[in-house]
Design a protein around this ligand. Sequence first.
Ligand code: HEM
Length: 534
Amino acid sequence: ARIHDQTLTRGAGGELHQFAEGDTPVLTTAQGGPVADDQNTLKVGARGPALIEDFHFREKMFHFDHERIPERVVHARGYGAHGYFETYESLAEYTRADLFQRPGEKTPAFVRFSTVAGSKGSFDLARDVRGFAVKIYTREGNWDLVGNNIPVFFIQDAIKFPDVIHAVKPEPDRAFPQAQSAHDNFWDFISLTPESMHMIMWVMSDRAIPRSFRFMEGFGVHTFRLVNAKDESTFVKFIWKPKLGLQSVVWNEAVKINGADPDFHRRDLWQAIQSGDFPEWELCVQLFDQEFADSFDFDVLDPTKLIPEEIIKPIPVGRLVLDRMPDNFFAETEQVAFMTQNVPPGIDFSNDPLLQGRNFSYLDTQLKRLGSPNFTHIPVNAPKCPFAHFQQDGHMAMRNPVGRTNYQPNSRGEGPRPDPVRGFRSFAEVIEAPKVRLRPESFADHYSQARQFFNSQTAPEQKHIAMALTFELAKVEEVVIRERMVAHLLNIDEALGATVADKLGIDTLPKPADTAVTPRDDLPASPALSIIEN
Ligand code: HEM
């Protein structure tokens, strides 16, 4: 019998063997040695004990035993695809980033979408934030825009990140819930962290159960800087707008889909790309200067605030098209390493304290996760532009410097040199201030934008938020946590707080939570934030 050009024969025990023939490659060990039999260990007699001499068995088993690497500490479950970014027009006025100079130029990209809280094997339609991480392989090195599908974040300072993630992940004694925010630890932390209220409104809205990755927005969240050739800076927020528009499912659909097909989102992306229906997003920028930053109602360095699109209109500057699935999930999607600190010359950071902390965290975690400082040697992480440096050795080094000279300055004129003109220069912001552990007063208003978001929702969307809060808080056992949450909700919308309290059986409404700043009523509802039209 022949299957795929291979000869099938029966072994002594009646089992089927396939052997190489014709063009079929010969199976080898990892060392390249041709293998004669891959199905029977070397034994003393057909029924005897196995021999340690069986190097093929030992190598095969050894490699299998070491297949797993740690899953990402957050965003463990994800799905990626290749594509390209196409620049619409030159942004030379604002940035010297090579990527944004030539209209129509296409630059290769890799994107990974993810959920945040669940483990690698959790289901796709959890109520959760979605990661939207984009790596663009520019001629000046990789630019990683490591964003989410929600424009704000839970916390204002990176030092709280381990706490919020501990609180949302499974509780340490019982190891559940695995992929939901519905539990005491999460709501305990949130109810004690008023700065999270704006994000909570988004997470309880339909935004947190997207219909597919193809129908999601992406946000860089933080304020970044664009810096032009004259070293002039413009602040920028990055937004990805899906060409297909925004769509979500409702909670009872999400529950059914998770049961019927926990891979719903990855299957959707796979099928769309394999059938040539390439998903597409426009990269939009909100540009503003220091004068706007000084006059805006909120601090542009506060990652719990957004700049409404009615105030600064997002301008499309390019498009992202995903047109090819990875050849191998592990090699590419699992091993890809995004980091906020990967920016080309012409894109720079702001002092957002969350962004500053992220710039430390990603490099650090990837050494642990990928196991070697040489993770940029993995093809999906390697730059696609020429690169040259004197880094060497370490586990799995694939590309050591060639020749005798591995340092600079050197008197042989060998090897690469820094270039003060083309190289990355940090924007020379002047800062004079005492070294302190303080949060600025300009970060103190935690409710006004939460209210603005709630007001921007249509009646059915508002109802979904109330239902989601009720569902989640009903699972919280400690009554004091439920009451503390209702006290926050009363600051966002009295009717919302009262409805949730009623559904939770809280007879006497608590006092609204103390606020440093009175929540504002004068911010217009922001219709551009609304998903459902009816
Ligand atoms: C992944 C840290 C906030 C988006 C990760 C990972 C860490 C981390 C350690 C795992 C990376 C890996 O193993 O490769 C932090 C810290 C934050 C923070 C310390 C705040 C202080 C955010 C925010 C966003 C975000 C605000 C969105 C704007 C992502 C995404 C991934 C990720 C999309 C997954 C990347 C991938 O697909 O591989 N983060 N994060 N994170 N983070 Fe954050």
